[in-house]
Design a protein around this ligand. Structure first.
Ligand SMILES: [Mn+2]
Length: 326
Protein backbone atom coordinates (compact mmCIF):
# COMPACT_ATOMS: atom_id res chain seq x y z
CA UNK A 1 0.00 0.00 0.00
CA UNK A 2 1.53 3.28 -1.14
CA UNK A 3 1.09 6.01 1.45
CA UNK A 4 1.81 9.60 0.46
CA UNK A 5 3.08 11.50 3.49
CA UNK A 6 2.96 15.24 2.74
CA UNK A 7 5.02 17.03 5.36
CA UNK A 8 6.37 20.49 6.10
CA UNK A 9 9.64 20.78 4.17
CA UNK A 10 12.89 22.38 5.39
CA UNK A 11 11.71 21.65 8.91
CA UNK A 12 12.97 19.29 11.63
CA UNK A 13 9.48 18.75 13.10
CA UNK A 14 8.13 18.17 9.58
CA UNK A 15 10.77 15.48 9.05
CA UNK A 16 10.19 13.81 12.44
CA UNK A 17 6.39 14.02 12.01
CA UNK A 18 6.66 12.20 8.66
CA UNK A 19 8.93 9.55 10.20
CA UNK A 20 6.66 9.04 13.25
CA UNK A 21 3.45 9.01 11.18
CA UNK A 22 4.85 6.31 8.85
CA UNK A 23 5.86 4.24 11.89
CA UNK A 24 2.35 4.68 13.29
CA UNK A 25 0.71 3.54 10.07
CA UNK A 26 3.02 0.52 9.81
CA UNK A 27 1.73 -0.65 13.19
CA UNK A 28 -1.88 0.44 12.67
CA UNK A 29 -2.51 -1.00 9.18
CA UNK A 30 -2.75 -4.73 8.58
CA UNK A 31 -1.26 -4.39 5.06
CA UNK A 32 2.43 -3.62 4.39
CA UNK A 33 2.93 0.15 4.09
CA UNK A 34 5.29 1.83 1.60
CA UNK A 35 5.61 5.51 2.52
CA UNK A 36 6.38 8.16 -0.10
CA UNK A 37 7.62 11.31 1.66
CA UNK A 38 6.75 14.58 -0.11
CA UNK A 39 8.04 17.87 1.37
CA UNK A 40 5.63 20.82 1.04
CA UNK A 41 6.38 24.53 1.29
CA UNK A 42 4.22 27.57 1.99
CA UNK A 43 3.90 30.02 -0.85
CA UNK A 44 1.37 32.03 -2.73
CA UNK A 45 -1.83 30.17 -3.55
CA UNK A 46 -2.56 26.48 -3.16
CA UNK A 47 0.64 24.63 -2.18
CA UNK A 48 -0.78 21.22 -3.14
CA UNK A 49 -0.56 19.39 -6.49
CA UNK A 50 -3.09 16.83 -7.67
CA UNK A 51 -0.28 14.23 -7.76
CA UNK A 52 0.19 14.69 -3.98
CA UNK A 53 -3.04 12.73 -3.49
CA UNK A 54 -2.25 9.80 -5.81
CA UNK A 55 -1.32 7.40 -2.98
CA UNK A 56 -3.59 4.57 -1.86
CA UNK A 57 -3.66 6.52 1.40
CA UNK A 58 -2.71 10.22 1.63
CA UNK A 59 -1.64 12.00 4.79
CA UNK A 60 -0.54 15.54 5.59
CA UNK A 61 1.51 16.32 8.71
CA UNK A 62 2.83 19.58 10.20
CA UNK A 63 1.43 21.52 7.24
CA UNK A 64 -1.62 23.46 6.05
CA UNK A 65 -5.03 21.77 5.88
CA UNK A 66 -6.65 20.95 2.56
CA UNK A 67 -10.24 20.00 1.78
CA UNK A 68 -9.00 17.61 -0.92
CA UNK A 69 -11.36 14.58 -0.94
CA UNK A 70 -8.41 12.17 -1.02
CA UNK A 71 -6.78 13.44 2.17
CA UNK A 72 -7.25 10.58 4.63
CA UNK A 73 -5.05 11.51 7.62
CA UNK A 74 -4.13 14.93 8.97
CA UNK A 75 -2.08 16.10 11.96
CA UNK A 76 -0.98 19.67 12.61
CA UNK A 77 -0.31 22.21 15.33
CA UNK A 78 0.21 25.40 13.30
CA UNK A 79 -2.17 28.22 14.23
CA UNK A 80 -2.40 29.04 10.55
CA UNK A 81 -3.41 25.48 9.52
CA UNK A 82 -6.81 26.64 8.26
CA UNK A 83 -6.79 29.28 5.56
CA UNK A 84 -10.54 29.92 5.64
CA UNK A 85 -13.71 29.31 7.63
CA UNK A 86 -14.60 26.73 4.96
CA UNK A 87 -11.36 24.83 5.65
CA UNK A 88 -12.01 24.84 9.40
CA UNK A 89 -15.65 23.82 8.90
CA UNK A 90 -14.60 20.95 6.65
CA UNK A 91 -12.09 19.77 9.27
CA UNK A 92 -14.64 20.03 12.12
CA UNK A 93 -17.32 18.19 10.10
CA UNK A 94 -14.99 15.29 9.37
CA UNK A 95 -16.55 12.30 11.13
CA UNK A 96 -13.78 9.79 10.53
CA UNK A 97 -11.55 10.89 13.42
CA UNK A 98 -8.43 10.65 11.31
CA UNK A 99 -7.77 14.38 11.25
CA UNK A 100 -6.29 16.16 14.26
CA UNK A 101 -5.24 19.69 15.07
CA UNK A 102 -3.95 21.04 18.40
CA UNK A 103 -2.36 24.49 18.39
CA UNK A 104 -1.04 23.85 21.92
CA UNK A 105 1.00 20.77 20.94
CA UNK A 106 4.72 21.64 21.23
CA UNK A 107 5.45 19.72 18.04
CA UNK A 108 3.37 17.94 15.44
CA UNK A 109 5.50 14.81 16.04
CA UNK A 110 4.39 14.79 19.71
CA UNK A 111 0.74 15.24 18.70
CA UNK A 112 0.99 12.21 16.40
CA UNK A 113 2.61 10.07 19.13
CA UNK A 114 -0.01 11.09 21.72
CA UNK A 115 -2.98 10.42 19.43
CA UNK A 116 -1.42 7.11 18.34
CA UNK A 117 -1.10 6.01 21.96
CA UNK A 118 -4.41 7.36 23.30
CA UNK A 119 -6.75 6.63 20.39
CA UNK A 120 -5.12 3.81 18.42
CA UNK A 121 -3.13 1.96 21.09
CA UNK A 122 0.09 2.30 19.06
CA UNK A 123 3.35 2.76 21.02
CA UNK A 124 5.81 5.17 19.36
CA UNK A 125 8.10 5.52 22.40
CA UNK A 126 11.19 4.37 20.42
CA UNK A 127 10.95 7.84 18.81
CA UNK A 128 10.92 9.72 22.12
CA UNK A 129 14.37 11.27 21.71
CA UNK A 130 13.49 12.57 18.22
CA UNK A 131 10.17 13.92 19.50
CA UNK A 132 11.90 15.73 22.41
CA UNK A 133 14.15 17.43 19.89
CA UNK A 134 11.18 18.32 17.65
CA UNK A 135 9.59 20.03 20.71
CA UNK A 136 12.81 21.93 21.46
CA UNK A 137 13.55 23.01 17.89
CA UNK A 138 9.96 23.85 16.87
CA UNK A 139 9.39 26.01 19.97
CA UNK A 140 12.95 27.41 19.87
CA UNK A 141 13.52 26.36 23.49
CA UNK A 142 17.30 26.51 23.28
CA UNK A 143 19.21 27.46 26.41
CA UNK A 144 21.03 30.27 24.58
CA UNK A 145 21.38 31.88 21.12
CA UNK A 146 24.74 30.09 20.81
CA UNK A 147 23.02 26.72 21.33
CA UNK A 148 20.65 27.61 18.48
CA UNK A 149 23.33 28.60 15.97
CA UNK A 150 26.21 26.20 16.64
CA UNK A 151 25.72 22.70 15.27
CA UNK A 152 27.14 20.68 18.12
CA UNK A 153 24.72 17.80 18.59
CA UNK A 154 23.13 15.25 16.20
CA UNK A 155 19.65 16.82 16.22
CA UNK A 156 20.95 20.30 15.41
CA UNK A 157 23.15 18.87 12.66
CA UNK A 158 20.16 17.07 11.16
CA UNK A 159 18.01 20.21 11.50
CA UNK A 160 20.67 22.11 9.50
CA UNK A 161 20.68 19.36 6.87
CA UNK A 162 16.90 19.21 6.48
CA UNK A 163 16.79 22.97 5.92
CA UNK A 164 18.58 22.46 2.59
CA UNK A 165 16.94 19.14 1.73
CA UNK A 166 14.14 20.20 -0.57
CA UNK A 167 13.34 17.71 -3.29
CA UNK A 168 11.31 14.55 -2.94
CA UNK A 169 14.17 12.01 -3.43
CA UNK A 170 16.31 13.82 -0.82
CA UNK A 171 13.45 13.89 1.71
CA UNK A 172 12.72 10.22 1.01
CA UNK A 173 16.32 9.17 1.56
CA UNK A 174 16.66 11.24 4.73
CA UNK A 175 13.46 10.01 6.41
CA UNK A 176 14.06 6.39 5.36
CA UNK A 177 17.53 6.55 6.96
CA UNK A 178 16.23 8.28 10.06
CA UNK A 179 13.65 5.49 10.48
CA UNK A 180 16.17 2.70 9.86
CA UNK A 181 19.39 4.02 11.45
CA UNK A 182 18.18 6.47 14.12
CA UNK A 183 19.20 10.03 14.92
CA UNK A 184 22.89 9.66 15.73
CA UNK A 185 23.88 7.41 12.82
CA UNK A 186 21.94 9.53 10.32
CA UNK A 187 23.53 12.74 11.62
CA UNK A 188 27.02 11.23 11.16
CA UNK A 189 26.47 10.18 7.52
CA UNK A 190 29.03 11.70 5.11
CA UNK A 191 26.44 13.63 3.08
CA UNK A 192 25.05 15.20 6.27
CA UNK A 193 28.56 16.03 7.57
CA UNK A 194 29.46 17.72 4.28
CA UNK A 195 26.33 19.90 4.42
CA UNK A 196 26.90 20.74 8.09
CA UNK A 197 30.46 21.90 7.37
CA UNK A 198 29.24 24.03 4.48
CA UNK A 199 26.47 25.45 6.70
CA UNK A 200 29.05 26.39 9.35
CA UNK A 201 31.09 28.29 6.77
CA UNK A 202 27.91 29.94 5.46
CA UNK A 203 26.94 30.93 9.02
CA UNK A 204 30.16 32.91 9.38
CA UNK A 205 29.42 34.76 6.11
CA UNK A 206 25.80 35.43 7.15
CA UNK A 207 26.89 36.70 10.57
CA UNK A 208 29.26 39.21 9.00
CA UNK A 209 26.58 40.36 6.52
CA UNK A 210 23.89 40.69 9.21
CA UNK A 211 26.30 42.58 11.42
CA UNK A 212 26.63 45.18 8.66
CA UNK A 213 22.94 45.31 7.63
CA UNK A 214 21.00 45.02 10.88
CA UNK A 215 19.13 48.18 11.89
CA UNK A 216 17.67 48.42 15.37
CA UNK A 217 14.87 50.85 16.16
CA UNK A 218 13.00 50.52 19.38
CA UNK A 219 13.20 46.83 20.15
CA UNK A 220 12.84 45.71 16.53
CA UNK A 221 15.79 44.52 14.48
CA UNK A 222 15.28 44.69 10.72
CA UNK A 223 17.46 43.52 7.87
CA UNK A 224 17.09 43.57 4.08
CA UNK A 225 19.33 41.10 2.23
CA UNK A 226 17.30 41.05 -1.02
CA UNK A 227 20.24 42.31 -3.05
CA UNK A 228 22.79 39.92 -1.55
CA UNK A 229 22.09 36.70 -3.42
CA UNK A 230 20.46 33.42 -2.37
CA UNK A 231 21.25 31.94 1.02
CA UNK A 232 20.03 29.67 3.79
CA UNK A 233 19.62 31.78 6.89
CA UNK A 234 19.46 30.59 10.49
CA UNK A 235 16.69 32.72 11.96
CA UNK A 236 18.39 32.91 15.36
CA UNK A 237 21.46 34.76 14.07
CA UNK A 238 19.93 38.21 14.81
CA UNK A 239 19.54 37.29 18.51
CA UNK A 240 23.07 35.86 18.62
CA UNK A 241 24.36 39.26 17.45
CA UNK A 242 21.86 41.37 19.43
CA UNK A 243 20.53 39.37 22.40
CA UNK A 244 18.20 42.10 23.72
CA UNK A 245 16.01 42.88 20.65
CA UNK A 246 12.39 41.79 20.99
CA UNK A 247 11.52 41.12 17.33
CA UNK A 248 13.55 40.41 14.20
CA UNK A 249 12.02 41.11 10.78
CA UNK A 250 14.14 40.26 7.78
CA UNK A 251 13.87 39.64 4.10
CA UNK A 252 16.32 37.68 1.98
CA UNK A 253 16.58 35.44 -1.06
CA UNK A 254 16.13 31.75 -0.29
CA UNK A 255 18.39 29.08 -1.78
CA UNK A 256 15.75 28.44 -4.49
CA UNK A 257 15.72 32.14 -5.47
CA UNK A 258 12.32 32.82 -3.89
CA UNK A 259 11.97 35.86 -1.63
CA UNK A 260 11.52 35.14 2.06
CA UNK A 261 10.17 37.16 4.93
CA UNK A 262 11.22 35.97 8.39
CA UNK A 263 9.43 37.41 11.43
CA UNK A 264 10.37 36.27 14.91
CA UNK A 265 9.98 37.03 18.60
CA UNK A 266 13.22 36.72 20.60
CA UNK A 267 12.74 33.33 22.29
CA UNK A 268 15.14 34.21 25.14
CA UNK A 269 12.90 37.01 26.40
CA UNK A 270 9.98 36.60 28.80
CA UNK A 271 7.20 35.14 26.57
CA UNK A 272 4.65 37.51 28.15
CA UNK A 273 6.40 40.46 26.48
CA UNK A 274 5.25 39.26 23.03
CA UNK A 275 2.46 41.64 21.98
CA UNK A 276 1.65 40.31 18.52
CA UNK A 277 0.52 37.07 16.91
CA UNK A 278 3.21 36.76 14.24
CA UNK A 279 1.32 34.04 12.33
CA UNK A 280 -1.63 36.42 11.96
CA UNK A 281 0.68 39.23 10.78
CA UNK A 282 2.13 36.93 8.11
CA UNK A 283 -1.23 35.43 7.12
CA UNK A 284 -2.34 38.92 6.07
CA UNK A 285 0.35 38.64 3.35
CA UNK A 286 -0.28 35.01 2.34
CA UNK A 287 2.21 33.48 4.79
CA UNK A 288 1.81 31.67 8.09
CA UNK A 289 3.55 30.12 11.06
CA UNK A 290 3.19 30.24 14.83
CA UNK A 291 2.33 33.05 17.25
CA UNK A 292 6.04 33.63 17.97
CA UNK A 293 7.57 33.01 14.53
CA UNK A 294 6.19 33.39 11.05
CA UNK A 295 7.12 33.98 7.46
CA UNK A 296 5.98 34.24 3.91
CA UNK A 297 7.43 33.53 0.51
CA UNK A 298 7.12 35.46 -2.76
CA UNK A 299 8.50 34.68 -6.19
CA UNK A 300 11.82 36.07 -7.40
CA UNK A 301 10.31 38.97 -9.36
CA UNK A 302 8.42 40.50 -6.45
CA UNK A 303 11.14 42.42 -4.59
CA UNK A 304 9.14 45.67 -4.42
CA UNK A 305 6.12 43.86 -3.00
CA UNK A 306 8.31 42.00 -0.50
CA UNK A 307 9.92 45.23 0.70
CA UNK A 308 6.45 46.74 1.17
CA UNK A 309 5.35 43.74 3.27
CA UNK A 310 8.64 43.82 5.24
CA UNK A 311 8.23 47.55 6.00
CA UNK A 312 4.56 47.11 6.93
CA UNK A 313 5.22 44.22 9.36
CA UNK A 314 8.16 46.13 10.88
CA UNK A 315 5.96 49.19 11.48
CA UNK A 316 3.29 47.09 13.21
CA UNK A 317 5.88 45.55 15.55
CA UNK A 318 7.40 48.96 16.33
CA UNK A 319 3.84 50.28 16.85
CA UNK A 320 4.74 53.06 14.43
CA UNK A 321 2.19 55.00 12.32
CA UNK A 322 1.78 53.82 8.72
CA UNK A 323 3.45 56.93 7.27
CA UNK A 324 6.80 56.51 9.09
CA UNK A 325 9.76 55.09 7.21
CA UNK A 326 12.08 52.29 8.30
MN1 LIG B 1 5.86 21.85 13.59
Amino acid sequence: MRVHVLHHGHCFDGMVSACVFAAFLRQHCPQPVTPVFIPKHYGNGDPFDESDFAGDINACVDFRYTRHPRLHWYFDHHRSAFQSAEDRGHFVADGERRKFHDADAPSCARLIAQIARDQFDVDLSPFNQLIEWADTIDRARFPSPAAAVTLENPAMRLAAFVQVCDDQPAAQSLIDRLTRDGLEATALAPDVAAVVEARQREREINLALLDRRARIRGEVLTYDLLGDGPRVLNHFLPYYLHPTVRYAVGTYEGSDGSLRLSVGFNPWLDPSTREHDLAALCEAHGGGGHAYVGGCTLSAGEKDRMRTIWASVSRVLRRAPAASSL
